[in-house]
Design a protein around this ligand. Structure first.
Ligand SMILES: Cc1cc2nc3c(=O)[nH]c(=O)nc-3n(C[C@H](O)[C@H](O)[C@H](O)COP(=O)(O)OP(=O)(O)OC[C@H]3O[C@@H](n4cnc5c(N)ncnc54)[C@H](O)[C@@H]3O)c2cc1C
Length: 552
């Protein structure tokens, strides 16, 4: 069984399958060096690093008619709706996150809009703005929110200050070690030792080398948060990162976000022109013949124990010189890999499928995309993002992460007038993030399904109405997306947000030679910066350590 929650260089011996044992690409055939399955942000980052940094030829095969995976943008009635992510940190100022690092090293440009507050709406009249950064006396601006909202503010402020202090060492990997130093095999130890010795030693001193969950910082022994309001806030923040409460969210991700939100000059970043600009920038880094849309991979072709190419759903066979990177969600491998009982060389397939069996999915999503008439709406009074707690933030019976409680409302027209939106209109996206059960949507008749969609979208409508009270009268386009919609259009098994942190793959290595994984099933998990990191690691595994070290 694959060890969890720790890099292989620390706890497990090297995989025999290391991709860096591949033969260098000297062939003159037209096969790409590496085939990448999926154009999610993980796959696009991997392909760009391979092409621009390691000078490999690539072919990205995407099943959808649009690139970007969860981050794709789709046009409907003159609007360009964003299917998923909008919130990013670390794109406009150092330390830059792995996604921005990929853009920079590959010479790709995106303009960033920075902003520093988002709205929080609870039940009743609870309403406040999360202001990022620090005040004149160098205290987190968040302290004044704690003061206002917690029932024991001085305890909560002390606990919060100590939390920031105790988690500070955990930001070492993100702030000191560039994504280019990583690779999806145990040889990562050499790259870290060669170029980042001091940071490596700091990393090794962290509990679980910084790869464990946040639990010891919430519930002891390292730190304990007892204030109920602060705990709820941290759970909510974590939930939007991982689909799980704080104690079960990666400690590295939580620590980095806490640090970045509350550091001097902290800001959030959004790509000008929308997520489409970000996806387009990464796609523009590839040649026309290096990305194929509407190309669903039906199987990864393994000969002996080596990934040699893929077969598409239409029967077309494509070979690669050096291997395959799979960016499709982990669970898709159950269909993509065919165990051949009779072929002893395929033992790696069976092992990998066994490992995937133990990866738990987080819950799914409910979406409401609306296009609204903006006549008379004063955007200067609104925020680009809201977190709405429909049932309240602190409560004995309703936990902050319970179903249909925490709803995200994205109002990106607030700060970007270059989005694909008809004149005089705005678009909003409300979603129940990782708190919708897939099971209640299964096996319904068409009528039952439509009725359930209408019924459950009421909560999302209510969240939007908290922002724009007469939103329904203004509505020109309404699209409700269920977990089944999410599964279908984002190609995500059971519409999952991603893997639960306890069962994340520690890195993208597999027991099959030439097959490397990237995406949100791989540490550090969900989120654009995280999948960019696993994309870079996967790409780096296709060159030897010395070449990798020379290339950044
Ligand atoms: C509503 C929503 C809001 C979010 N908000 C944020 C946010 O604000 N900030 C943030 O950082 N993150 C956010 N996330 C999370 C983030 O979007 C994801 O973690 C990330 O985009 C996942 O990227 P990926 O590359 O791992 O996979 P995916 O985006 O899932 O990409 C995988 C790709 O593989 C393709 N594929 C699958 N099977 C095949 C096949 N057989 N053949 C060919 N292609 C195939 C899929 O079509 C897809 O394009 C959000 C996610 C959602 C859904």
């Amino acid at each position: 069984m694959k060890a969890r929650n720790s890099y292989s260089f620390i706890t497990t011996p090297a995989r025999s399958s290391s991709s860096s044992t591949f033969i260098a690409s000297t062939s003159t055939n037209k096969n790409p060096d590496v085939i990448v399955i999926g154009s999610g942000m993980g796959g696009l980052c991997a392909a760009n690093i391979l092409r621009h940094v390691h000078k490999k030829t690539v072919l990205v095969l995407e099943s959808h008619y649009l690139p970007g995976g969860c981050a794709h943008t789709f046009p409907i009635k003159g609007y360009e709706f964003e299917s998923g992510p909008t919130i990013l940190l670390g794109c406009s100022k150092p330390p830059l996150n792995p996604l921005r690092q990929v853009l920079d090293i590959c010479g790709l440009n995106v303009d960033w809009i920075s902003y520093s507050s988002w709205g929080v709406l609870g039940d009743g009249d609870e309403q406040w703005d999360l202001e990022l950064g620090r005040d004149a006396s160098n205290r987190p601006k968040f302290d004044s929110i704690i003061e206002e909202r917690s029932h024991s503010p001085s305890l909560a402020k002390t606990e919060f200050a100590q939390l920031l202090e105790k988690t500070l060492p955990l930001i070492v990997p993100a702030t000191e070690i560039p994504a280019m130093a990583l690779r999806a095999d145990s040889k990562v130890l050499f790259t870290l030792l060669a170029k980042h010795t001091k940071s490596l030693f700091k990393l090794l001193q962290l509990p679980d080398a910084g790869t464990g969950p946040f639990d010891p910082y919430m519930n002891g022994p390292i730190h304990t948060v007892t204030d109920p309001w602060l705990r709820s806030w941290l759970d909510g923040l974590a939930f939007s990162l991982s689909g799980l409460e704080a104690a079960r969210t990666p400690a590295s991700a939580m620590s980095y976000v806490l640090w970045d939100l509350h550091r001097d000059n902290g800001s959030l970043d959004y790509p000008k022109g929308g997520m489409k600009s970000l996806v387009n920038a990464l796609v523009s880094g590839l040649g026309d013949d290096e990305i194929r849309l509407k190309s669903t991979v039906a199987s990864i072709d393994i000969v002996g124990n080596r990934a040699c190419g893929v077969t598409l759903k239409n029967g077309e066979k494509l070979e690669s010189n050096e291997g395959v990177i799979c960016n499709a969600p982990l669970w898709c491998l159950r269909d993509l890999l065919k165990p051949a009982e009779s072929d002893s060389g395929n033992g790696g397939v069976k092992t990998l499928l066994d490992e995937i069996r133990s990866v738990n999915m987080t819950r799914s999503y409910l979406h409401l995309h609306v296009g609204l008439d903006a006549e008379g709406i004063d955007q200067s009074k609104l925020k680009p993002h809201y977190t709405v707690w429909e049932k309240g933030m602190v409560g004995d019976s309703e936990h902050v992460c319970s179903e249909l409680n925490m709803i995200a409302v994205s109002n990106v027209c607030n700060f970007d007038d270059s989005l694909g939106v008809p004149e005089g209109k705005i678009m909003m996206h409300a979603y129940a993030c990782g708190n919708e059960e897939y099971g209640i949507w299964e096996d319904l008749s068409k009528e039952e399904y439509e009725a359930l969609k209408k019924e459950r979208a009421e909560t999302l409508w209510s969240a939007i109405e908290k922002v724009v009270p007469d939103a329904r009268e203004r509505c020109e386009v309404e699209m409700i997306g269920s977990p089944l919609t999410h599964e279908r259009f984002l190609r995500r098994p059971r519409g999952t947000y991603g893997a639960e942190v306890e069962s994340l793959f520690q890195d993208g290595s597999t027991p099959i030679d030439g097959l490397v994984l990237c995406g949100d099933g791989i540490f550090p998990g969900i989120g654009l910066p995280s999948v960019a990191l696993s994309g870079v690691s996967a790409a780096n595994s296709f060159v030897g350590v010395w070449k990798q070290l020379q290339n950044y």
